[in-house]
Design a protein around this ligand. Structure first.
Ligand code: ARG
Length: 435
């Protein structure tokens, strides 16, 4: 990365840096993540987040560690529905493995992070009996014994620790008033903790880059309804399914955003949190990418978007004043607070025709179907206004409109009023589409 790229990146990330101060993030670290080569980097990034004032709760798992410990001790465990039953003979090994994993995590977070940018960032850690557990019980005749579920979370103690600038570490364990200990799946603990704290984010680490669709392509973001549909249709590998279910559950119950990212890719956490596009999959209940009518406050953002295109002669020049008076004709696409695409609709009511004008997409956000979505939105708006067709005048982007069902027509098909205004010099072509 050149110096200027670095500076640009840093400037772009500053809104997030600001927004995250004092926010609560729950991070799910499965046991596999801690065995991965990239774990050192994750530890650094955790240190970085705390130094920026993020209130961090780490929920760790220990599945591979438990498996290794049981194997070593030659203890066979029973499974039901793919889940291990923690019985009385395996419990001591399960506890040993979980305890050792937690100690390892605490040790990693306590090193001075030598030779790293976060050198000297002392992290204060707290762990304890934050989770009360209860037996999962007998399900379909199977007694799950010491496999448990969450009964209660001691929110005020967690807040107390966070207020004192500690990172809270929670193990996949629940204690009970009768002195028993239950092994609880890591995602269940993380989900319940995030909901109880109404965390701002739940971040789940898995091996792949995020959640994939059926063709193996990364899903960059899912609204709650898209997520629900997705969970009922997609054939996801277990790891992704558990992460997506946790994300969906927490967002349903008040967490704004849940992100699924890779523990194996260096920088995935930072890229996800500090860039608009992220690196993994975002499940959100708030607006992340939306199309809406433009407001007066959008004028600056629209100008920034269209100016480069005006300079290249692709769009006709519009002054700030003109844009201010015509702002109600515009629709914009907003990506996490930034205007990334816009388009205007000028209705000619007498002719039931509307002109689509000033279609622009930010150069970093092109070729991802955004202008297309905006076009669909504009078309539906035009229909609502009783229009029967929309037309565009273009000099350089004819192909784009042709591919989207527009047909080239002579100038004479346009409303009379538009024909008189036609700028002969630009020699634009006319494309029209019935809607
Ligand atoms: N950095 C922002 C956040 O953490 C946006 C992340 C977007 N991520 C994505 N996978 N689309 O909320």
């Amino acid at each position: 990365m050149s110096n200027s790229d670095y500076i640009a990146w840093f400037r772009h990330s500053s809104p997030y840096i600001n927004a995250y101060r004092g926010k609560t993030f729950v991070l799910t670290l499965p046991g596999d993540a801690m065995e991965n080569d990239n774990f050192q980097h994750i530890v650094h990034d955790i240190a970085l987040l705390t130094s920026l004032g993020v209130r961090l709760v780490l929920v760790h798992g220990a599945r591979p560690q438990i498996e290794a410990r049981l194997k070593e001790a030659r203890v066979e465990s029973e499974f039901s529905d793919g889940k291990r039953i923690t019985d009385i003979s395996s419990l001591p090994y399960v506890l040993q493995a979980i305890g050792a994993t937690r100690l390892k995590l605490e040790a990693a977070l306590s090193t001075g992070l030598p030779n790293s940018p976060m050198h000297g960032a002392d992290i204060r850690l707290t762990s304890g009996n934050f989770v009360t557990g209860m037996p999962k019980g007998v399900i379909n005749g199977v007694d799950y014994q010491h496999s448990g579920k969450v009964r209660k979370i001691d929110i005020s103690s967690i807040h107390h620790a966070l207020d004192h600038k500690a990172v809270v570490i929670i193990s996949p364990i629940g204690y009970s008033a009768t002195g028993e200990v239950f092994n609880i799946p890591v995602h269940e603990v993380a989900t319940q903790v995030a909901i109880a704290l109404t965390a701002d984010k739940l971040i789940t680490l898995i091996r792949p880059q995020g959640i994939n669709d059926d063709n193996g392509n990364l899903q960059r973001h899912l609204s709650l309804s898209a997520c629900r549909e997705y969970l009922s249709n997609a054939q996801l590998p277990e790891e992704q399914l558990a992460a997506l279910e946790a994300s969906y559950q927490v967002c349903l119950q008040g967490v704004n955003r849940a992100q699924v990212i890779s523990y194996a890719i260096d920088g995935a956490l930072i890229e996800e949190l500090f860039t608009r596009n992220g690196s993994g999959t975002l499940v959100h209940r708030d607006s992340y990418e939306i199309i809406r009518q433009a407001r007066i406050g959008d004028v600056g953002g629209i100008l920034a978007l269209i100016q480069p295109l005006e300079e290249q002669g692709i769009l006709v020049r519009r002054s700030r004043e003109l844009l201010e008076t015509e702002i109600y004709r515009f629709a914009v696409m907003e990506l996490d607070g930034m205007i990334v695409a816009c388009a205007g609709l000028y209705a000619f009511e007498d002719d039931n025709m509307a002109e689509l004008a000033c279609v622009a997409t930010h150069e970093e956000y092109r070729n991802a179907g955004r202008a297309e979505q905006l076009l669909e939105y504009i078309e539906s708006q035009a229909k609502l206004q009783g229009m029967e067709s929309i037309f565009v005048l273009t000099t350089q982007t004819a192909h784009w409109f042709l591919e989207r069902g527009f047909i080239e027509k002579p100038l004479s098909v346009l409303p009379q009023q538009k024909q008189t205004l036609y700028n002969l010099q630009r020699r634009s072509k006319v494309f029209i589409k019935a809607i």
